[in-house]
Design a protein around this ligand. Sequence first.
Ligand code: FMN
Length: 363
Amino acid sequence: MSWFYRHAIRPVLFLQDAERAHDFALHKLALASKSSIARNIIGEFHAAPELPVELFGLKFPNPVGLAAGLDKHAAAVPIWKKLGFGFCELGGVTWHAQTGNPQPRMFRAPADEAIVNRMGFNNSGAEAVAQKLAGWKKSGRWPNHPVGVNLGKSKITPLEQAAEDYANSFRALREFADFFVVNVSSPNTPGLRQLQDKAALDAIFTALQELNWEHKPILVKVAPDLSFEALDEILELVTPRAIAGIVATNTTITRPPGNTPALQKIYAETGGLSGRPLRARSTEVIRHLYRQTGGKLPIIGVGGIFNADDAWEKITAGASLIQIYTALVYEGPGLAKKIVTGLREKMEKTGCKHLREAVGSAK
Ligand SMILES: Cc1cc2nc3c(=O)[nH]c(=O)nc-3n(C[C@H](O)[C@H](O)[C@H](O)COP(=O)(O)O)c2cc1C
């Protein structure tokens, strides 16, 4: 499939604007989500072999997840398992519905297998997403893997009221997801990344944990552009605020050199960069977090994972689970299965019986 995707489907999709191609593909997946025949056919081709991971008291059939931002409106919840994923993170969702930044706001850089985006949390709002999730639950098509929700801050909410804004979203959505991720690291909402400061993050987690009666795991997602000192400050909140884990990392505002005019044009766009050029920095952040916490804090590794080698790099640096977004655009729908299969081969080669033996082994 990946040869077919790369040579037949991708060239057609890439003729369109990046966001239109994304919307087209997601619309088809949303339709497939509603048809048991379509779901089964997709599952036949793409479902991944088992590689179970237990974390936060949740059972993940495999460690490869869908990263936040791809299914912002929970449009295709049942399909991600059929496409080989061991979990999905929906959203980012904000308390207020919002349209996001003006288009165009998503740009491909094929020569570097990267994307620059400044979507700005376009989403239908926490209550609408909660209704959507309630619908999936009622339909009997809820996937048998963990489902997470990524929470962002509404653009119209001032930074000082951020904790209340996140808390409103959490209250609306808490019964529908297995875990939550507090996203304070998107570069596309003005001031959002200031919420990575210890005091601001403390206020957000205090507000969320007050509402978290069921003790659902709540993680924080960090930017790759934070210094190690700033990351260490966040780690000081882990125990007092019961932060369940860290998702590392979001997109970066830095840019690689871009050695062609076409790349330079894309890299001049404002927004966050994802894909291959993010890989090394995101792994560095994971390695630092793993070392600092002595491997005791679960890390979800994300950033520039394109194959099993990249996934293994993240896992051996300290990630217990991994996620992908940009590589799906370049490699197509067979990717999760390919990565899980490759990870199983690596475990066999290295004599690992459980994936947890590999986590942090190259710290
Ligand atoms: C178009 C786009 C939209 C995104 N939206 C979100 C979002 O809403 N919330 C979030 O936490 N991360 C978001 N991300 C970041 C991804 O979840 C991921 O952290 C990042 O892209 C790095 O992974 P990758 O290199 O595999 O793409 C988005 C990324 C892209 C490309």
